[in-house]
Design a protein around this ligand. Structure first.
Ligand code: NOJ
Length: 588
């Protein structure tokens, strides 16, 4: 059985409370063979970058065999590596090289759905009598309508990638469910054969040497199905004939049972240090505390989505202004909700989110300072931080202006759908440029050479034109760089128990620009307290009236202002924060 969280004590706490995870999205990390696509050998060739950064774990987005309809999240063989990325031997080598440097490898686990080209689905689709028919969600047309007639889909649900969640199979006259693309049919987790096939596959990867899983939309596994096997319509979405089915699949009725069973079948009794993180759109704080309660043996931590929806209204494409006070309210609730039971994951970025420096920072004049300010804010919270490739360099959004620059199915489907509804293409492209997933998916900027050193060939998606300025080579030896600041932040978590385990108290919740909080930890050596202050704005901020406690600070632990780097004496720092300045101060 895995360890429970102890009440205090650095040493006894689970290892991942001190860990920082780095996400590699393989298609865009590093290309070793010049075909324009990142690959496993490319990753292995860059491990010194990760070791130098100091991360403990690499989460690798899917490298399994896949038709690549959704960039690898549509898997046709869970047991093999896609030729785009290399071979199983390359993966073994990556694992070995990571382990040799004291780092772990967490694989992506995508088992809400498979590819429609997975042999399980091919078999399931082959006939209504197939022994695997019930491995997926097959349903006849809505009562009173013929298959294929408008509105005949079994439910009115809208898919995440536009259009209905049901696809008609002409041969059998039945529809199958796909919450994502039509090439990603949902597995039926009600069927124990499905569950046990997945558990066997997972055990195989652990036996091969991987150190855990990041579980894709794992709180969608259990669908709310009635005794007759029916799924219910959801409320109709504004401006659409389709409905929101999420009440039927977000943290559905059997999800805790399934995750506990998975733990029992896959993880229980293993003595290796493993990590499990469940991606859980729509999860509530209360449910997250249940999912991550060590006594329940479900998952170690979850990815929640509340904060990344704060500048969106209704749909991900509809923008509303970002308000720092809302971020404080949200993060504050999550910190409090998981304070005594459970554990947070901390992230700004991943392969689905726009770049944070463009989103809530300033990717122009204050790029370095805003990237390091936001990094400090996040990493000093209680939880396990995740760094997404390029975030440690302050990589920014791509200036997308035309459809041929896009590669992501979600963005391309959205563009097609909205233009068909009569909207102006430039307006839809502006939405995509702001929040589309391709922003995160442009190649990592290694140096100022051709294609940013990502490939010697033609990259599968264009490199950001700012690569001559923003790249790893330019930052490696520069102590004032974003990279150097991430290195310091990561080291701090390992050094100071208060960063990993301290209690969290939010300060000045109503201040528009100042994000401030304390962390407090009672160690054997006495109480430790940090005060973290971040000016989330491009204006100067006078602290004297707002937060007089800052004058009591005893030591400067960390700062992102080049003029103050290395300064330990807080008395020598002005009681004014410059634009995007962040400080971590020792109070006790
Ligand atoms: C969440 C993944 O992060 C995203 O990239 C993917 O498109 C969907 N799940 C479907 O697998």
């Amino acid at each position: 059985m895995r360890q429970a969280h102890p009440a205090s004590g650095h040493e006894g706490a689970p290892w991942w409370t001190r860990a920082v995870v780095y996400q590699v999205w393989p298609r865009s990390f590093a290309d070793s063979d010049g075909d324009g696509v990142g690959d496993l050998r490319g990753i292995t060739g860059k491990l010194d970058h990760l070791a130098d950064l100091g991360v403990d774990v690499v989460w690798l987005s899917p490298v399994y065999r896949s038709p690549q309809d959704d960039a690898g999240y549509d898997i046709s063989d869970y047991t093999d590596v896609d030729p785009d990325f290399g071979t199983l031997a390359d993966l073994d080598e990556l694992i070995e090289e990571l382990h040799a440097r004291g780092m772990k490898l967490v694989m992506d686990l995508v088992v809400n759905h498979t590819s429609d080209e997975h042999p399980w689905f091919v078999e399931s689709r082959s006939s209504k009598d197939s022994p695997k028919r019930d491995w997926y969600w097959w349903r006849g047309p809505r009562e009173g309508l013929d298959a294929g007639a408008p509105g005949a889909e079994p439910t009115n649900w809208r898919s995440f990638f536009s259009g209905p969640t049901w696809e008609l199979d002409e041969a059998s006259g039945e529809y199958y469910l796909h919450l994502f693309s039509r090439k990603q049919p949902d597995l039926n987790w009600e069927n124990p054969e499905v569950r046990h096939a997945v558990y066997a596959m997972m055990r195989g990867w652990l036996d091969r040497g991987v150190d855990g899983f990041r579980m894709d939309v794992v709180n969608f596994l259990s669908k709310d199905v009635d005794l007759e096997g029916a799924l219910a319509d959801g409320p109709v979405l504004p401006g659409s004939s389709l409905g929101d089915g999420s009440a039927s699949y977000v943290s559905g009725p059997r999800i805790h049972e399934f995750l506990a069973e998975m733990h029992e079948q896959v993880f229980a009794g293993r003595t290796e240090k493993l990590l499990t993180v469940g991606e859980m759109p729509g999860v509530t704080v209360e449910d997250a505390a249940r999912f991550t309660d060590p006594a329940r043996h479900e998952v170690d931590m979850v990815f929640q989505f509340e904060h990344v929806g704060l500048d969106q209204e209704g749909s991900k494409w509809a923008r509303r202004p970002f308000d720092l006070r809302e971020l404080k309210a949200s993060f504050g609730r999550w910190q409090a909700g998981l304070a005594s039971t459970g554990w947070n994951s901390l992230y700004w970025n991943n392969h689905d989110q726009p770049r944070i420096v463009s989103r809530w920072g300033d990717d122009g004049e204050h790029r370095v300072r805003s990237a390091t300010c936001l990094a400090t804010l996040l990493h000093l919270h209680r939880g396990t931080p995740y760094v997404y490739q390029g975030e440690e360099l302050g990589m920014a959004n791509f200036p997308f202006t035309s459809a041929d620059q896009l590669r992501d199915i979600e963005s391309l489907n959205h563009l097609r759908e909205q233009v068909a509804l009569g909207r102006d293409e430039a307006e839809v492209l502006a939405e995509i440029a702001w929040v589309g997933r391709d922003n995160a998916r442009t190649p990592v900027q290694w140096d100022a050479g051709p294609h940013a050193g990502f490939t010697t060939g033609t990259p599968w998606i264009a490199v950001n034109p700012d690569a001559d300025q923003v790249n790893a080579a330019a930052q490696r030896e520069d102590e004032t760089s974003v990279l150097a600041h991430y290195r310091r932040l990561i080291a701090l978590r390992r050094e100071l128990p208060v960063v990993a385990l301290g209690d969290f108290t939010m300060l000045v919740p109503d201040h528009e620009h100042l994000y401030a909080f304390t962390r407090r930890f009672d160690s054997a050596a006495g109480p430790e307290e940090l005060l973290v202050i971040c000016n989330v704005s491009g204006e100067q901020l006078d602290l004297a009236d707002v937060l007089p406690r800052v004058l009591e600070a005893r030591e400067v632990v960390l700062t992102n202002a080049p003029a103050h780097l290395g300064q330990k004496d807080p008395g020598l720092l002005p009681a004014v924060l410059g634009p995007w300045e962040a400080r971590v101060l020792r109070m006790a």
